[in-house]
Design a binder for this molecule. Structure first.
Ligand code: NIG
Ligand code: FE
Length: 420
């Protein structure tokens, strides 16, 4: 299968040699070919160039030529942080927050993560799979081509395995790129309320080996926060996970300066995510590390939390990614274009920085830099083809709007249509 897309107004994020990640001032640079063509072969990006420099194709047989007619083409979004396998929804807690309760108040009275965990225990694997697949297809239609999905609403061995098996099934039944993360350390389950060390021992001695035995998780994550897991506990759990071949990630500094960033850097986490409460010390810890600073504008906005100091982080030379945190409690949206708008409006990130954050840097945070995140020869043809818009900055500018005309996964149109 060969396809040539011609008359592309802007081919965005084109890199002959794609960097693994972009830090500080590099994030401002977004390479674009104006008036371009793009060739795809067997679902892989083969070549590209300017329309003034038409490709020297000798064999036109079996070549589908599509006229983009002035539309924009860019890499599909990479969502490196979601919790999209869950049961039920939590709009009741949303209303409670409107009426004055905080996220922490709700959690303290047994709501929040424990509410989702109760519902998940009552839901069968098949139903979980169906609802997660439906959400995944919504994300795909909105232009997401790769998704990291966490467990963490089970909090018992059996229910955590149930979520991870659903993720494994999602991996094998879609063409999207999916990575799975074991988040048994999302909250202390009620049964261990008075015996927190007991849960940590159970997690390390029973849960991690069982997850590893079935090869169910690429990553291991911990919610490092007051009333959840301490900096020390986070390090202990992630060091144990590393022994089972799981790469660490941390939910860090969402509600306080929890030590989550330092813990993440110490264990060599691929990313630390949230970062609403970050100061010079955390920025200094991240500088020079291999850990991606991932911001989750949906959760920060939905819970009315302070903005992470994105400008200060980037201006200090850090690499920043953006993800949706799609989950029923703190971010019931997986709309990545909207996350970009929020990053631009609230955090003063430029459209170039936001697009880099949701493509190249997000690919790094998901461990898929070599296959996704840019228009580069050899990478997977996961693409967004927009409506006729003036330029890529229109995407975050038109907040909440859908400007996608089509989404392509592995070289196949999976939603919408392109050309005429
Ligand atoms: O990333 N902060 C911890 N975990 C999720 C929210 C979980 C929930 O409220 O269901 C998050 O925001
Ligand atoms: Fe999260």
């Amino acid at each position: 299968m060969k396809m040539l897309i011609k008359n592309i107004r802007q081919l965005v994020q084109v890199r002959d040699v794609a960097p693994e990640r972009l830090s500080g001032p590099e994030m401002k640079i977004l390479p674009v070919i104006e008036n371009a063509w793009l060739a795809i072969e067997d679902g892989i990006i083969a070549d590209y160039g300017s329309m003034n420099d038409w490709p020297g194709i000798s064999d036109w047989r079996d070549l589908e030529v599509v006229d983009a007619d002035g539309r924009i083409v860019l890499p599909a979004w990479i969502d490196s942080h979601t919790h999209l396998v869950y049961a039920g929804s939590r709009e009741g807690e949303f209303v409670d927050r409107i009426n004055g309760l905080s996220y922490e108040d709700i959690a303290a009275r047994g709501g929040g993560i424990l509410n989702s965990s109760k519902r998940l225990a009552e839901t069968g694997e098949e139903e979980l799979y169906e609802s997660a697949m439906q959400r995944l297809m919504q994300l795909q239609n909105m232009g997401t081509g790769a998704v990291e999905i966490k467990s963490g609403y089970g909090l018992t061995l059996e229910t955590e395995l149930k979520i991870l098996r659903v993720i494994r099934r999602l991996k094998s039944t879609t063409d999207l790129t999916i990575k799975s993360t074991f988040l048994g350390a999302h909250a202390f389950p009620l049964a261990y309320k008075e015996n927190k060390q007991g849960y940590i021992d159970h997690l390390i001695n029973e849960m991690l080996p069982a997850v590893a035995a079935e090869k169910l998780a690429d990553y291991c994550d911990v919610f490092c926060e007051r009333n959840y897991f301490s900096e020390e506990q986070t390090i202990t759990i992630l060091e144990a996970a590393k022994k089972h071949g799981m790469i660490p990630k941390v939910h860090a500094n969402q509600l306080s300066r929890s030590g989550g960033v330092q813990a993440g850097v110490k264990v060599g986490a691929v990313s630390v995510d949230h970062l609403e409460y970050v100061d010079q010390e955390e920025i200094a810890a991240l500088r020079g590390s291999k850990t991606m600073a991932t911001l989750l504008p949906g959760a920060q906005w939905f819970l009315s939390l302070p903005h992470p100091p994105a400008r200060r982080m980037i201006d200090s030379g850090l690499a920043v990614a953006i993800a949706s945190d799609y989950n029923p409690g703190s971010s019931p949206s997986g709309n990545m274009a909207l996350m970009l708008s929020m990053a631009c409006v609230q955090y003063n990130m430029t459209p170039e920085e936001a697009i880099n954050a949701a493509t190249i840097n997000a690919a790094y945070a998901m461990g898929i830099s070599s296959e996704s995140g840019s228009i580069s020869p050899g990478k997977i043809a996961n693409l967004i083809i927009t409506e006729k818009i003036p330029g890529y900055a229109f995407i975050p500018y038109a907040f909440g709007m859908n400007v996608n005309a089509a989404v392509m996964i592995k070289g196949k149109i999976v939603s919408g249509t392109i050309g005429k």
